[in-house]
Design a protein around this ligand. Structure first.
Ligand code: NAD
Length: 368
């Protein structure tokens, strides 16, 4: 049997630094768990522009389409700020998402007990929190037509259109129900069916898909504004939340920040199943290229390492190994190790990017 393939696009800024630590983890699974990957590396973002004059070549795009999963670091940086819009590093990432048709964006909000005091909410509200927001990523008001700014009489009018088809709602609902089955088996769907027709359709389609295919999963509905309140009041009531592109943009950022630092937050974007049954998939930390700390050994590699844990669970059906990796991260934090972004008032000496990676490997070693 051939090994599953993994395309690594480390990108710019701290992307290569955090990805070096992920490579240690990938190599560990090959050596110690008989779980080897065929890893290839390529360029995306500013580094691809420097080498090829484009943020993503057609060859790299084709490799991403073929790979069982893509793992991305971060793109962007001040050197590229003045480039034409079409050449900016972010266009490389947008092209990947668009051409792979990654319609379900998974943003977990997980609070490790050791970091509960780091949240702006009370420790008992966020301690042990583990929720997943599934945001529809390729349709809705960010893409709907008509759009633009036009003149009506003496004033300008700005227009965007919220538009969803049944099939767009159905496929992201299925992603959420499938995920829930691998978690606590609960989905809460959020929209504004009280004031938006697209919300009425959203609620209808989610309800129909649930009744026909997923009646074993517990389903509830909430208006998105009430959902925002509940997320800050008692977030632990949720397991999987599924919502549209706009509400998901807001709610996933809100939920993510319940748990502390950007350096801790992984994400996955999934598309339709490929011939081998695995979904098209791109895994990446939520953070950017952090030019302010690039090259200083200060970057927290945990967001990128946890993104690989998501790949283990959602692309490679290795849920137990994903849990092993998450527990290794948790154990390192419980020991008090912190990169600079996680140092609070107490002023403990931070560990470097590679020290954090090595400590996680040591915990993995101890787990077998
Ligand atoms: P950023 O996420 O790069 O940094 C925001 C702040 O968080 C900075 O102070 C940074 O030092 C800190 N930070 C981020 N990740 C960290 C980590 N792993 N460990 C420790 N500290 C971390 O966002 P920004 O400063 O707004 O953007 C910088 C560049 O990154 C821009 O060019 C932007 O376009 C790009 N960007 C890329 C992505 C992506 O690749 N997905 C996402 C956001 C921003």
């Amino acid at each position: 049997m051939t090994n599953p393939s993994l395309l690594i696009l480390a990108g710019d800024g701290i992307g290569p630094e955090v990805m070096t630590e992920v490579r240690k983890v990938i190599d560990w699974y090959g050596a110690k768990r008989d779980l080897a990957f065929d890893v290839s590396e390529d360029l995306v973002g500013g580094c691809a522009y420097d080498a090829h004059g484009t943020p993503l070549t057609d060859e790299t795009m084709a490799k991403a389409q073929e790979a069982d999963a893509v793992l991305l670091g971060a793109v962007g940086g001040p050197a590229y700020d003045n480039l034409d819009f079409s050449l900016k590093p972010e266009r490389g990432l947008l092209r990947l998402r668009k051409e792979m048709d990654l319609y379900a964006n998974l943003r977990p909000a997980q609070c490790f007990d050791a970091l509960a005091d780091f949240s702006s909410l009370k420790a008992d509200v966020v301690g042990g929190l583990d929720i997943m927001i599934v945001r529809e990523l390729t349709s809705g008001v960010y893409f709907g037509e008509p759009r633009g700014i036009h003149k009506e009489g003496n004033e300008r009018v700005g227009v965007n259109t919220q538009r969803y088809t049944e099939s767009e709602i159905a496929r992201v609902a299925r992603s959420a129900f499938e995920l829930a089955r691998k978690r606590d088996n609960k989905v809460c769907s959020m929209e504004k069916a009280n004031v938006m027709e697209s919300g009425v359709l959203w609620r209808d389609v989610v309800t129909e898909i649930h009744a026909a295919e997923y009646s074993d999963v517990e389903l509830s509905h909430m208006y998105a504004d009430a959902g925002a309140m509940q997320l800050t009041r008692w977030p632990k009531q949720f397991d999987v939340i599924v919502t549209d592109n706009l509400f998901g943009d807001l709610l996933s950022d809100l939920a993510a920040m319940l748990t502390g630092s950007l350096g801790m937050l992984p994400s996955a974007s999934l598309g339709a199943p490929m011939a081998n049954g695995r979904p098209k998939a791109l895994y990446e930390p939520v953070h950017g290229s952090a030019p302010d700390i690039t090259g200083q050994g200060k970057a927290n590699p945990i967001a990128c390492i946890l993104s690989f844990a998501m790949a283990l669970r959602y692309s490679f059906d290795q849920g137990e190994e994903a849990t092993r990796l998450e527990q290794a991260v948790e154990a390192v934090l419980a020991d008090g190790l912190r990169t600079a972004d996680l140092i609070g008032e107490e002023g403990r000496a931070p560990v470097s990017t590679s020290e954090m990676g090595d400590a996680i490997i040591a915990k993995l070693d101890a787990s077998v």
